[in-house]
Design a protein around this ligand. Sequence first.
Ligand code: G3I
Ligand code: 9MR
Ligand code: ZN
Length: 766
Amino acid sequence: MTKVKKTKCLKALLAVLMCALFIAGCSKKNAVQEVDADTVETEALEESTKEDEKTDTETEPDENDGELLSNGDFHDGMKSWDLYLTNGGDATFDVKDGQGIVTVEKSGELSYSVQAYCDGFSLKKGGVYELSFEMSSTKPLNMEARIQLNGGDYRSYVTARFNLSEEAQTLKRKFTMKEANDPAPRLCFNIGKPSGSKEMEDYRIALDNVSLRLIDGSKIEDEQKGDSAMNINLNQVGFLPKSRKTAVCRTANPGETYEIVDISNGNTVYSGKFSEAISAVASDETVCVADFSDFVTQGKYTLVKGEDKSYEFVIDEKVYDELLNKSFVFLYSQRCGVKVESEYAGMVAHPECHTGEAIIYGTETKKDVSGGWHDAGDYGRYVVPGAVTVNDLFLTYEDSRELWDGAAGDNTGIPESGNGVPDILDEARFELEWMLKMQDEKTGGVYHKVTCKQFPGFVMPQAEKEQLYLSPVSNTATGDFAAVMAKASILYKDYDSDFAKHCLKVAKDAWKYLEAIPSGAGFKNPDEIVTGEYPDGSDLDERYWASLELFKATGEEKYKAYFEESIAKGIKHGYGWELVSSYGNMAYLTLSEEDKKEELKNIVTEAIIKEADSIVSEVLKDGYMCNLGADKYEWGSNMNVCNRARMLLDAYRLSGEEKYYNGAYDQLSYLLGQNSISYSFVTGFGSLRPKNTHHRPSIATGYTVPGMVVGGPNSNLQDPYAEAALKGNPPAKCYVDNDQSYSTNEVTIYWNSPFTYLLSFIMNKK
Ligand code: G3I
Ligand code: 9MR
Ligand code: ZN
């Protein structure tokens, strides 16, 4: 297919005009913001002037001449193209007559308030590239073409400005990629308000024959392994003095010596020998392990082997105090419907958000469902993950009570601190109060979620102002609700008996709703609503768990009968939003002896031990001691690491066997840096930590909230950025610290809560 370019012979004249306009524009610019752009403009202009001497007709680039864009001429419609709008920009982007047409109603306040962009290519360090395109505008416009990092600080690899006019011009820019390879950059055309000029309205941009070609690849450096990880990896936060301490080295030989060096004086304080070689299948490596658990002296160290050394780590009684606090206080910063105070939430403080009433989907009725926590990097509020998070807080409280019941537990730094109620119960209650509003009082059923129809842009929560919808009632939400409300009726009895009584009433109502409907699969999004789904194959585990919590709260036999009959059908395991059986299993085992049947107790106990044994065997088989096996690195894998660690802790509580406890500790170390990509997966903690999370408040403020656990490696590559950046990586290396990568680098309330449980348990045991 050949296309004839529309460049006209007036171009030389225009170029001179552009030059004049251009220089005039430069002098007005804000020096700080535009420094980068200003330095490149002259070159850009030179390139575009040179283009004027070229012929008018060119054939469409094909893949063999280094063309990197697959749909730069819009032959495939809008594929790879999209429009980003912010700060008042209003426009549409379509293909008409084979051209990309952006119809701008309002320019907005910024150059990128209207941004047409193209993804789906990569840049290599040292490569010389040429960007060229044809563009016109119905009103004169100084526009900006940029190729930038797609996420993080969005820094530019090349920026060029051009003056557009009604006449289509072919614009070109040559540049050298100076930074490291970028597997998924973004090409942007910023066609909003040019800096220094007034806001504009009603203009139309035509874009065509956009081409990005590698014109000189001779200086491209040898393919970097895409692996900048350390050779020695360990828990970068550090260890409690008496705990298990390990490091994993991928360059060591079995039996080779390593040393621990005191950072304060450079002295070697410990030396040991590496283990035999162990394969780390999930990361396609072979490693040796250093076990220095018997080194207990407090201090700050690094582990050294020949040329290689680890990141710093600390051994200290208080090594996890701050981490535990931040992992918990994160929930406060997720509060919705209320003012979030800077005193507790720092930079991500915000005024009230999402206070408008929600439409009950499919009706015209509105309901107040304000409150609760934002689920994740988005601002949806979903009952299923919310309930699970609350329960994790409850169990954290119960299973490491000493940490949360005393003065420190009422002084974590939330508004309720100092009120005589453990903060962990205060924070959980914030969610419970919202969940109460999510119940349909008439039926006892619980609405699955409240969200807008779509996810918002990367804005603060108060800026998401679209209509809220209550998605239909779901059986899974209702089951989880019943379980948690029943448990709440016990835990809050001493603090607020009216609240506790109310929780019990609504829990029973929810159960009644479930009794009247058959068991089945969980929720499905209505067509128009595309926010998080939290679907589920079965509600049997939710019912299982709820029945036992209801028995505990009421003493009524019918609930226990349901539970015990379910046991007979087989024991399942699982903590998390989808599988909740383990909550029920452990709830049964913590009944008083007279309340449970010896035989069933044994069945449940054995099943838990058996499951824990299989998890331990995964831990022992894996060089990095992760419990996920060879390939089970899915969306939210870090949650599974935590939740499977909890199953080990359950076995430890039942048997007292240290192998289970140690296996759980290994998971903490994995999460904090003992992994093949050298990441501590918790923001704000460790030497190499996520800085560009898919968390809207963090993105909007440019400040990464500390203490958030990211989703972690996901070998299913379920977002475009991950697909571009991680293709071909072994499962455990499918993680990228980029805020576009929601399937590896988002954060959620229910990924943090099991981490809080795990850390709390470990700190409480010492
Ligand atoms: O378990 C299956 C596995 O058997 C299969 O081989 C594999 C292959 O695709 O998929 C596995 O399932 C994955 C599932 O998570 C495991 O829990 C799905 O692929 C994956 O799509 C699913 O991801 C969920 C994601 O939403 C998309 O639905 C995450 O668990 C869930 O945490 C996440 O939740 C989102 C909310 O919707 C919206 N708010 C943010 C939140 C976090 O990203
Ligand atoms: O931001 C959204 C995130 O919270 C969800 O977990 C994820 C999957 O449901 O979706 C994210 O939203 C993306 C959407 O699915 C596709 N377009 C881009 C959105 C944000 O980058
Ligand atoms: Zn909100």
